[in-house]
Write a protein that binds this ligand. Structure first.
Ligand code: PLP
Length: 423
């Protein structure tokens, strides 16, 4: 039977009935399919700084016969023990962290941090439940939450993405008044060089979040996504993670990290660090059903890189590279006169993104004339409305500087500015 033959209907599940192909999948497919379409949208890293030599060297070592803990076999559901230890050390090496706070038994290795996030949410939430998110927030997470039938609700933030504590307290009061308290299952923060705002949460800002939650009696799980923490340009962001901050002691916590963006997205190895044993048990139970362990070979490879002390050297190289890419993109936006047209953005200090805001009232959504003209001109961006739980406002664009080589990045920025000028 071929796929063009008539197919009998299937009675799908609620998720199956409602699922739509995520925007991220479409954006990546477009970027891969048409090299002439310059993508400032897709979250790829730069091929020029992929760790080819390290991967080749350790792939060769790891394929020798007779290695203990054979990397070409299945591994443990929770991930390789040594990689879990080393991943704790990676987190503990950041400023402000209390090394003693990290226990490898709380660590689990996943198929990218996206899987850790998905498992954690699945363990916590039923359809209709609420997850509080920053505004703007990681659009793939927002889509994922909605796809599971959940309600992401934005924590009020200012134009640049800074959380407004009084407004957050008011939001919790409103949720109480609406009888929604029991439905608030988690808070999700992208604290380091956020995708998309590129800003990092200051320690005081995090303390304020903990205080607002505590004062309102919302002792709910807090998930801190640190996907870009290692990708700072000059200096690490000084705020400690929620794992090491005393103010978060009363909360169940999950810290999400990854080796995709900072090392190789194609290996797709990430991790979660969960301080709550029951929650962790549920996460691992679901993971057992889903894949009973992430790609063992890829884990072993990253473990070797860390074990040999080669990760930091690799990071030092790519930090300079991505700092330069961000400068190139920003430089071209400035040279093209985007600020004179009333656009604003903060110069990123890390990550792969510039969060550009057109004058209020502009419409940059996927279906907007602006977006269609960009596609006609051969440049893609992520419309910012996707990064807001309510789908508004419409005047923001997420521009990624990671993937394109410099000359094409310049060309993409020029095409983007040209459309902004026409509009
Ligand atoms: C904020 C954020 N979190 C998590 C992820 C997931 O990354 P991965 O699954 O590749 O580790 C991404 C990827 O773009 C991201 O931007």
């Amino acid at each position: 039977m071929s796929s063009s033959d008539p197919q009998p209907p299937i009675a799908f599940s609620k998720i199956g009935r409602e699922i739509q192909s995520p925007v991220i999948v479409d954006l990546m497919a477009r970027a891969l399919a048409n090299p002439e379409l310059l993508s400032l949208a897709a979250g790829f890293t730069d091929n020029a700084v992929l760790p080819r030599e390290l991967v080749a060297r350790f792939a060769s070592e790891l394929t020798q016969a007779g290695l203990a803990d054979e990397p070409l076999q299945y591994g443990q559901n929770q991930g390789r023990a040594r990689l879990r230890e080393l991943s704790c050390e990676v987190i503990a090496s950041h400023p402000g962290e209390q090394a003693v706070a990290f226990d490898p038994s709380n660590m689990f290795i996943t198929n990218g941090s996206q899987q850790a996030l998905y498992l954690a949410v699945q363990a916590l939430c039923d359809p209709g439940d609420i997850v509080l998110v920053e505004e703007p927030s990681y659009f793939v997470c927002l889509e994922m939450l909605k796809g599971l039938g959940l309600r992401p609700i934005g924590i009020p933030c200012d134009d640049a993405g800074a959380i407004i504590p009084e407004a957050m307290a008011a939001l919790l009061r409103d949720l109480d008044a609406a009888g929604e308290r029991a439905r608030v299952k988690a808070v999700y923060l992208v604290s380091y060089f956020c995708n998309p705002s590129s800003r990092s949460l200051e320690a005081d800002e995090k303390r304020a979040v903990a205080k607002v939650l505590l004062d309102a009696g919302y002792i709910v799980p807090v998930m801190e996504d640190a996907a870009y923490r290692e990708l700072f340009f000059e200096e690490a962001h000084p705020a400690a993670s929620i794992i090491s901050m005393l103010e978060f002691a009363p909360f169940p916590k999950l810290y999400l990290g990854t080796y995709t963006k900072p090392f190789a997205t194609g290996l797709k190895v990430g991790y979660g660090y969960c301080t709550h044993s029951e929650w962790l048990g549920k996460i691992l139970g679901i993971k057992g059903h889903q894949d009973f362990g992430s790609a063992h070979f890829n884990q072993a490879l990253i473990e070797r890189v860390l074990e040999e002390g080669l990760y930091e050297g690799h990071l030092a190289g790519i930090r300079k590279h991505y700092a330069r890419k961000a400068q190139v993109l920003e430089g071209e936006l400035l040279a093209g006169g985007l600020k004179e047209l009333g656009w604003r953005w903060e110069t990123p200090k890390g990550g792969l993104i510039i969060w550009a805001r057109a004058p209020i009232g502009s419409d940059l959504r996927m279906e907007s004339e602006f977006c269609q003209r960009c596609i006609e001109q051969g440049v893609l961006y992520v419309p910012g409305d996707l990064c807001f739980s309510s789908g508004e406002p419409w005047h923001c664009a997420r521009l990624a500087s990671g993937a394109l080589p410099e000359d094409r990045l310049i060309e993409a920025a020029q095409r983007f500015v040209a459309v902004a000028k026409q509009m």
